[in-house]
Design a protein around this ligand. Structure first.
Ligand code: OGA
Ligand code: MN
Length: 296
């Protein structure tokens, strides 16, 4: 196995070539990918053309699969994909483009704000794996931001100030920011707010990151306004151009990012004219490929 790494930006992100996950997702390959993630935080593997089953098998080696919750569907609407696959598309259950008034559109809208996946869930969410099945002919790139580099560059005074702070994260906060309303009681009850630290030490690399996301509503034990000002200042600092790159998708790409040390966001495309079918798996807890190798 010879893997070629090409950086996607000066600070983080790399394209990995020489891997064909459909043919080989052995512990050696998965270990090489995770080592690249420790270094680059985001890796792109072009030309994988994964099907759902293979995407699930690969993802499971990197942690426990999490399950997609409702995603804004009305009670009468069924899911297009099975629950372990997050539907990051503009498509309905019949694979047609979502109608203008469909409330699932609202859910996708808030992906355009800088966020980390599932920071509003009480789980040790680690990687997201996003597989491009259908891409629009233009636009719809995904932005990534390096929260390790942003943390490193914070003034010492700010590092000291935020060291022990905690934030509340709620999916309803980020949805409301994009005009979402009329959430049902059963939806709200299914995802209550959680707290997250404002600084996280990465369990594998020991590097610190600033923990931000559109889901972060306020800082605990601080007047609301002061907490909002601090969060907005940190967000502006951490998404300056030097920490950010945008990934241009091709069909067959698999991009894996580490939610513990990055943020990401979607961007606009003509979603009334073109289909964009992306399928995401998201895992939590430590990776398992080592244990799988030992058991063989
Ligand atoms: C996601 C996400 C953005 C995009 O898959 O979690 O935020 O560009 N995607 O599709
Ligand atoms: Mn996301």
């Amino acid at each position: 196995m010879i893997i070629r790494e090409t950086p996607l930006s000066p600070l983080f992100g790399a394209r990995l070539e020489g891997i064909d996950l459909r043919a080989d997702h052995s512990p050696a390959v998965m270990g090489a990918i995770e080592a690249a993630l420790d270094k680059y935080a985001v890796v792109a593997l072009p030309g994988q053309f994964l099907d759902d089953d293979t995407q699930l098998i690969i993802s499971e080696q990197l942690g426990d699969l999490s399950r997609a919750l409702n995603h804004g569907r009305a009670k009468t609407q069924s899911a297009r994909l099975r629950a372990e696959l997050y539907d990051i598309s503009n498509l309905d259950e019949n694979h047609g483009i979502l109608g203008e008034a469909d409330r699932r559109r609202q859910w996708r809208e808030s992906d355009k704000l800088w966020h980390t996946d599932r920071s509003f869930i009480d789980a040790a969410t680690s990687y997201s794996l996003l597989s491009a099945r259908v891409t629009p002919p233009e636009k719809g790139d995904t932005g990534f931001a390096d929260m390790r580099a942003a943390y490193d560059d914070l003034p010492d005074e700010t590092k000291a100030r935020i060291a022990n702070l905690r934030c509340e994260h709620s999916v309803w906060w980020s949805r409301a920011l994009c005009g979402g309303k009329d959430f049902r009681d059963d939806e709200i009850a299914s995802m209550p707010p959680v707290t997250q630290p404002l600084v996280r030490v990465h369990p594998r690399t020991g590097r610190k990151s600033v923990v931000l996301a559109s889901h972060a509503s306020h800082i605990l034990d601080m007047p609301r306004a002061d907490g909002r000002v601090l969060l907005d200042e940190l967000m502006a600092f951490a998404t300056r151009p030097q920490y950010v790159f945008y990934y241009k998708w091709s069909v067959g790409d698999l991009v894996i990012w580490d939610n513990r040390c990055t943020m990401h966001r979607g961007t606009s495309f003509d979603d009334a004219a073109y289909k964009r079918d992306m399928r995401r798996t998201t895992v939590q807890g430590p990776s398992k490929y080592g244990a799988m190798a030992a058991a063989e």
